[in-house]
Structures are given as structure tokens and as C-alpha cells.
Ligand binder design. Structure first.
Ligand code: PAF
Length: 281
């Protein structure tokens, strides 16, 4: 696997692949990779001739007081996982390679989409995500890009950005990967103590409850949200950030289940904020 740290290296290699008529897939990540990321790489490998992963902890998507400094990093381990799953190149730039000191250009969606759900407590988060992903698109110029459904709001926002800006890149959403006991895989799970790890199961249990209610024919979204909320409140270590039912495309709050409806939650377990969701299609 090629390890590239500069934009120029990536551009030269991708240009060479394109000269050979090969298709290129991009898997953007912030590193500390787990099976969820591996599933994105596997999907990309199955759909593209060449796969580029980026490993970059993007400062512009972290707000003041968030975990930018402590975000887990292990590039050596990341490279081993990427190699094992058939990734062809990893782009691992320094912050100075991605952002000029006087950078003044951002990509931002000016609808309510980024203000809903995670945007309520992370007001600049999606502006940072759109800016870095847009920059990665310009650097790698992929045919397809792969994102996890776990970050459902991020996926919807990126789809909108790609549509609005005519990027001509196919966005492939990939299912949530879970631990055997149901906890959604996340690099932030590493912050959990043993006791918190057990308590964190309340997230997937409340998602399962929503899925069960939907399977039983419940179509009152407010009732489902109420049931999920009550379930989460039974866990003393859990503090709810949000439990919401939203339109799966626009992220606007819904009261009746239509298709697609996203049931999304963010819950603090101790100091760690975890998210999970299910989409009814
Ligand atoms: O989902 C992530 O890990 C990040 O938000 C992304 C898409 C790599 C942008 O930094």
C-alpha cells in the first residue's frame, strides 16, 4: 500500500490510475480504524479498481472543548488494517498540508439540515465535515466515495452537498457494523470504562426497541421516540442529548413514520457521547 502525505503525491498516483482507465474509490476516515471502517474498505474494493483511504483527524469539525487533542490515533495499526483489506493508497496529511494558516473558505449547507440532531450541540461540525470532504474530493477525484450509515446525518449532508455542487461522485452508504452484543462500532468506544461499556448497550437496545415497534406496525413517530427515551432513561449512566425521528433525506422532524424515517439518538455515557440510529425505508 502506498502511503502518501502530500496532495501532490495523491494527485500524481490517481492521474496515473486514471490514465490506465481504472476507477477510484475514496474512503474518508479519521483513523483509529475498526471493523466498521474495514467494511467500507471491503465495499470500495468490491466496487472500484483502486481504493484510497484518508486518515486525517480534521480539526475544523471539532468545536471548542471537544476531543480533538485526545481523539485516538494509531497510524501503524490503521495501515495494517488497510493493507489487510486491500486498500491501495492511504492519504495521511499533516494539518498544514490540508489547511493554509490563513484558509478562509468553507463549504456549508445553508438549510436546517446541519442544525438538526448533532448540529444542535455541535454547531460548526458539519461545516468542517463538508469542507474537508469537499477538499478530499478535489484531491482524490474519486468515482465513488464510501460513508457509514452510523453517521446518518453526515451521510445525508454529503449526499446533498454532492448534489448541490454537481460533484459527479457516487456516494455509497454502508450499514452500521456492531459488536456481538449490539454496540455500534466507534473509535470513541475506546473512551468507555468497563462499567460504561456495559451501560452503552442501552443505545442499541433502544434502537432495537424502535425496530420492534416499527415491525409491529407502529407508525406514530412520537410514540416510538417516547418509548426509546423511556428505555434510555432506565440506564443511570446515560444522559440523553437527543432522541429524534426525522425525514431520512432532509433531517426535518417528523411525527408520523413515512419512508425514509430516521430514528437517531445521541447519548452521553459518562463523558463519552455516542450515536446510533435505524432507518425505516
Ligand atoms: O466520519 C468521519 O470519520 C469524518 O467525519 C470524515 C467523513 C472522515 C471527515 O473528517
Amino acid at each position: 500500500m502506498i502511503i502518501a502525505t502530500t496532495i501532490a503525491e495523491v494527485r500524481a498516483q490517481v492521474a496515473e490510475w486514471k490514465r490506465q482507465g481504472l476507477t477510484v474509490g475514496l474512503v474518508p476516515t479519521m483513523g483509529y480504524l475498526h471493523e466498521g471502517h474495514a467494511s467500507l474498505i471491503d465495499k470500495a474494493v468490491s466496487m472500484c479498481d483502486k481504493v484510497v483511504a484518508s486518515v486525517f483527524v480534521n480539526p475544523t469539525q471539532f468545536g471548542p472543548g471537544e476531543d480533538l487533542e485526545t481523539y485516538p490515533r494509531d497510524f501503524k495499526r490503521d495501515c495494517a488494517l488497510l493493507t489487510e483489506h486491500g486498500c491501495d493508497m492511504v492519504f495521511h496529511p499533516e494539518v498544514s498540508e490540508m489547511y493554509y494558516e490563513d484558509a478562509a473558505t468553507f463549504v456549508e449547507i445553508l438549510s436546517d439540515m446541519p442544525k438538526q440532531l448533532c448540529g444542535k450541540t455541535r454547531p460548526i461540525h458539519f461545516r468542517g465535515v463538508c469542507t474537508v470532504v469537499s477538499k478530499l474530493f478535489n484531491i482524490v477525484t474519486p468515482d465513488k466515495a464510501f460513508f457509514g450509515q452510523k453517521d446518518a446525518q453526515q451521510l445525508a449532508i454529503i449526499r446533498r452537498m454532492v448534489r448541490d455542487m454537481a460533484y459527479g461522485i457516487e456516494i455509497v452508504g454502508c450499514p452500521i457494523v456492531r459488536e456481538a452484543d449490539g454496540l455500534a462500532k466507534s473509535s470513541r468506544n475506546t473512551y468507555l470504562s468497563e462499567e460504561e461499556r456495559k451501560a452503552a448497550l442501552i443505545l442499541s437496545q433502544s434502537i432495537k426497541l424502535a425496530e420492534q415497534l416499527l415491525a409491529d406496525g407502529e407508525r406514530d413517530a412520537d410514540k416510538i421516540v417516547e418509548a426509546m427515551t423511556k428505555k434510555i432513561e432506565t440506564e443511570p449512566l446515560a444522559k440523553i442529548d437527543y432522541v429524534s425521528a426525522v425525514d431520512g433525506v432532509t433531517m426535518a422532524t417528523v411525527h408520523d413514520v413515512q419512508t425514509p424515517t430516521l430514528f437517531a439518538i445521541a447519548v452521553y455515557i459518562g463523558k463519552t457521547r455516542l450515536i446510533d440510529n435505524t432507518i425505516f425505508e
